[in-house]
Design a protein around this ligand. Sequence first.
Ligand code: MN
Length: 130
Amino acid sequence: MNTPAPGGTRVLLVEDNEVNRYLAQYVLEQAGFVVRCAGDGAEALRLAAAEHPDLILMDLRMPVLDGYETTKRLKADPALAAIPVVALSAQAMPQERERALAAGCVAHIEKPIDPTRFAEQVRGYLKPRT
Ligand code: MN
């Protein structure tokens, strides 16, 4: 289980719910990821442009700018389009997943996250390092 993430792998965690954010951040940091957090889509766009993370975890329902629109904007920016975006979608809402993939997400992880599997799931969506 808790094998370290490739050294210094940087994840931008976009989530407006404080409890969800805290848990996801904790689990990822325990697994060796370097985690930055954003609480809404506008902040996510700003941090993504400034820091070029290796992967973005994207909540879908957020204030200011939701996860769908935020993902579309990331994918429309040639400087950011290559960063994999993984949606965090509510278990009970299968239609969220299709919308997320249509917006440009590479995959989705269901919430509530499973703390015993989450880091491994995230690791699976990293691009191989060149
Ligand atoms: Mn939310």
